[in-house]
Design a protein around this ligand. Structure first.
Ligand code: SAM
Length: 281
């Protein structure tokens, strides 16, 4: 079995959910082709935090290694997505300090990996970056995915309202991340009726990541972000996948709106939390 644990259940609304504990790539290899209507996911960002599990993505020594790890998972996501399916991929960027560290030590968060190990001994992260450069991770991943057959339909900006200001003095503080909307074909499910009420369609101002209050810190995304993706990119009775499910935000919001949901995560504690949450829906 490619997974270390598997749980499933039926929510009160009558829709099915499943959770797999394991490496996203290996578990996906075992899931049926053309099954899901919509995938909404936020993979680990590059060099940002340590999720405390072997085989985790995000700790690669080169940018190319990270880009390949994410794009390879997305290759399998493409296979399990229906022909008219839609993928929403949330990605953030990382700065390169040039000192074998991503960004300097973060005293506020012991979960973050900044400065915990010496990597990148040759400098430039294998792509000749100068110190203080932003790496450009989201676009590097997005471009690699287009080379592997994805159609990049829209880079949506998630403007993170009231986010914690970065402690920087020599550049503007960041306040957004990307949510890339990908399809695999020219025709796909899309409901734009909800967007017609908005002045701006490709910039979503939504609260920053919610503070963890549940004893686990997965860097969750807000419910509203998931709900918006579902509204435009998933039929009302569709099936939804999150291959980096963390605390299960995607699954919970999908089930609450009557869609079936599947999640994968490597971390056993996150899976237990997710299963306990879904069991009472
Ligand atoms: C940014 S978090 C996802 C947070 C989630 N969106 C939520 O709302 O809680 C990324 C997740 O990817 C998981 N992860 C890291 N490497 C993985 C891998 N190779 N396969 C599956 N999950 C992985 C981590 O354990 C973490 O929970």
């Amino acid at each position: 079995m490619p997974w270390l644990g598997k749980w499933s259940g039926i929510a009160e609304s009558g829709v099915l959910w499943s959770v797999f504990q394991g490496n996203a790539h290996s578990v996906l290899l075992d899931l049926p082709s053309k099954h899901f209507n919509c995938v909404i996911t936020s993979p680990p960002y590059y060099w940002l935090r340590d999720y405390g599990v072997e085989e985790q993505i995000g700790q690669e020594t080169t940018v190319e290694g990270y880009v390949d790890a994410i794009a390879s998972v997305m290759d399998e996501v493409k296979r399990v997505l229906k022909d008219d399916g839609v993928l929403f991929l949330n990605l953030g960027d990382t700065y390169y300090s040039g000192k074998g560290k991503s960004h300097g030590k973060d005293l506020k968060s012991s979960k973050r990996r900044f400065g915990l190990r010496e990597v990148d001994k040759s400098g430039g992260l294998g792509i000749g970056l100068k110190p203080k450069s932003i790496i450009g991770i989201p676009w590097r991943v997005a471009i690699e995915m287009t080379l592997r057959g994805w159609v990049l339909r829209s880079p949506i900006i998630w403007h993170r309202e009231h986010c914690l200001p970065e402690a920087v003095k020599d550049r503007p503080r960041r306040s957004y991340e990307y949510v890339f909307m990908f399809t695999q074909n020219r025709r796909y499910y899309f409901d734009r009726s909800i967007l017609e009420t908005e002045d701006v369609e490709d910039m979503w101002t939504i609260a920053a990541r919610p503070k963890p209050t549940n004893g686990i810190d997965t860097a969750p995304f807000p419910d509203e972000l998931v709900q918006r993706c579902l509204n435009i990119g998933c039929p009302a009775d569709g099936s939804v996948l999150d291959p980096f499910a963390g605390s299960g935000t995607t699954l919970r919001v999908a089930l609450q709106s009557g869609r079936s949901a599947t999640g994968i995560d490597l971390n056993p504690d996150f899976c237990s939390y997710m299963v306990n949450t879904l069991c009472v829906l």
